[in-house]
Ligand binder design. Structure first.
Ligand code: NAP
Ligand code: MG
Length: 386
C-alpha cells in the first residue's frame, strides 16, 4: 500500500512544486527478485554517493511471500542490507498534532529513540543445559591460548544459557551517529545502560560514549547549547516518564526495540512515526517507521476504499528534501519542506484525517477521508502557502 501512497505523494505534493532531480531504485519485491537483490545494494551505494535518500517501506519476504511472488530466494530484509552498507543508526521520532494527546499528558515534545542496531541478543547463541553440566565462557586468542570463566555449574537442575557479543567499532559508530544527530537536531541526548550490573559488557558502551564525547563533541555541544547525559537504564525510564519530551534517547539494541514501541504507542500511532538512518559519516536515509500496510493493499486490490495514513511517508520526503536543501544551500527547498509539513499538520488539525487518526482524535469537527482525499486536502493547503 505504501507504494501506492508513494506515487500519489510524488504526483500531488512533490512534482508540482519541486524540480526533482533524483535517482530512482525500484526496491519492489519483483525487481529485487529480478536483479538478485543487487538493486538494494546499488541503492545503498547511491545513498553513500549523494548523501541523502528517501525510502518507501519494503516487504521483507517470508515463506508466504516467496510463494506469492514466486521468488528465487527468501531475500533478506532490505533495511538490514542498507544498514550494513551505511553502518547507520536508526532514529525514530513521533509527529505530534493537536487533538491526539499522548497517553502521558506531560509529554509536550517528541521523544526520539536511537536504537543501536547491531549485536547483543539479536545475534545470540543459546543452549538448553542438562542437570549435572557445567557451562563456561571460553575465548581462544589468535595464538590458541584459552581463557575460561565459569558461567554456572548446573548441579541441581536443568537450565539455559546464552552467549552474546558486540564490537567496539559498532559501538563507536553508534556513539558518533548519536552525537552527530543531536547536533543536527539541536537536541539533548541521553544514553542509558545497565552498567552497574554488567561491569564489562554494558560498561564498555558507557566508556566508549564518554571517551568519544570528551574527545570529539564536548566543545561542539557547548557551542550548540545542548547536553549529553548518561544515566542507568532504570533511572532513564523513570525520568522519561516524568519529562516533557524534547530529547533523543540512545538505547542498546534490546532497550531500543522495546522502548520505541512503547514511545510510538504512547504518542498515539505507529503511522505517525518517522525514521531516519544516519551513518557516522553523516549520510541520511529517511523513511516511515511503519511497514507496507499489507492488509490495506489487499482491500485496495479488490477495489475497496482505503483510508491509509500517509503522514510518516510525507515526513520522510520533507526530511530528505530539507536535508538536501541544507547540504546544497537551497533555502527555497528547505522552506518547501517546512511548508509541506505545515500543510500536513494543518490538514489534520482542521479535522480532515485518515481512519486510524479518526479513532484517536478528540477534535469535535473531525472527518474521516480516504487515502487519496487526504492527500488532495494536503495539496490544497500546500497551494495556499504559495
Ligand atoms: P505494517 O505495515 O506497519 O502494518 C501493521 C498494521 O498497523 C496495519 O495493518 C494497520 O492496522 C496499521 N498501520 C501501519 N501503518 C499504517 C498507516 N500508515 N496507516 C494506517 N494504518 C497503519 O506492519 P505489517 O503488516 O506487520 O508488515 C507488512 C509488511 O511491511 C511486511 O512485509 C514487513 O516486512 C514490512 N515492513 C517493512 C518495514 C520497512 O520497510 N521499514 C517496516 C516494518 C514492516 P490495521 O490493519 O488495523 O488498519
Ligand atoms: Mg519492537
Amino acid at each position: 500500500m505504501t507504494r501506492v501512497i508513494w506515487q500519489m505523494i510524488k504526483d500531488k505534493l512533490i512534482l508540482p512544486f519541486v524540480d526533482l532531480k533524483s535517482e530512482y531504485y525500484d526496491l519492489g519485491l519483483e525487481n529485487r527478485n529480478a536483479t538478485d537483490d543487487k538493486v538494494t545494494s546499488d541503492s545503498a551505494m547511491a545513498t553513500k554517493k549523494y548523501g541523502v535518500a528517501v525510502k518507501c517501506a519494503t516487504i521483507t519476504p517470508n515463506a508466504q511471500r516467496v510463494d506469492e511472488y514466486k521468488l528465487k530466494e527468501m531475500w533478506k530484509s532490505p533495511n538490514g542490507t542498507i544498514r550494513a552498507i551505511l553502518d547507520g543508526t536508526v532514529f525514530r521520532a513521533p509527529i505530534l498534532v493537536k487533538g491526539i494527546t499522548p497517553y502521558l499528558p506531560t509529554w509536550k515534545k517528541p521523544i526520539c529513540i536511537a536504537r543501536h542496531a547491531y549485536g547483543d541478543v539479536y545475534k545470540n547463541t543459546e543452549m538448553k543445559v542438562k542437570k549435572g553440566s557445567k557451562a563456561e565462557l571460553c575465548v581462544t586468542d589468535e595464538n590458541g591460548n584459552e581463557n575460561r570463566e565459569l558461567i554456572f555449574d548446573f548441579k541441581n537442575s536443568d537450565g539455559i544459557i546464552q552467549g552474546i557479543h558486540n564490537l567496539e567499532n559498532s559501538i563507536s559508530s553508534f556513539a558518533r551517529a548519536c552525537f552527530n544527530y543531536a547536533l543536527d537536531q539541536k537536541l539533548d541526548i541521553w544514553f542509558s545502560t545497565k552498567d552497574t550490573i554488567s561491569k564489562k559488557y554494558d560498561h564498555t558502551f558507557k566508556d566508549i560514549f564518554a571517551e568519544i564525547f570528551e574527545n570529539e563533541y564536548k566543545e561542539k555541544f557547548e557551542q550548540a547549547g545542548i547536553e549529553y547525559f548518561y544515566t542507568l537504564i532504570d533511572d532513564a525510564v523513570a525520568r522519561v516518564i516524568r519529562s516533557n519530551g524534547g530529547f533523543i534517547w540512545a538505547c542498546k539494541n534490546y532497550d531500543g526495540d522495546v522502548m520505541s514501541d512503547m514511545i510510538a504507542t504512547a504518542f498515539g500511532s505507529l503511522a505517525m512515526m518517522t525514521s531516519v538512518l544516519v551513518s557516522p559519516d553523516g549520510i541520511y536515509e529517511y523513511e516511515a517507521a511503519h511497514g507496507t500496510v499489507q492488509r490495506h493493499y489487499y482491500k485496495h486490490l479488490k477495489g475497496e476504499e482505503t483510508s491509509t495514513n500517509s503522514v510518516a511517508t510525507i515526513f520522510a520526503w520533507s526530511g530528505a528534501l530539507r536535508k538536501r536543501g541544507e547540504l546544497d544551500g537551497i533555502k527555497e527547498l528547505q522552506k518547501f519542506a517546512d511548508n509541506l509539513e505545515k500543510a500536513t499538520i494543518d490538514t489534520i488539525e482542521s479535522g480532515i484525517m485518515t481512519g486510524d487518526l479518526y479513532l484517536l482524535s478528540s477534535l469535535e469537527n473531525k472527518k474521516k477521508v480516504n487515502t487519496e482525499d487526504f492527500l488532495t486536502a494536503v495539496s490544497n493547503k500546500l497551494k495556499e502557502l504559495y
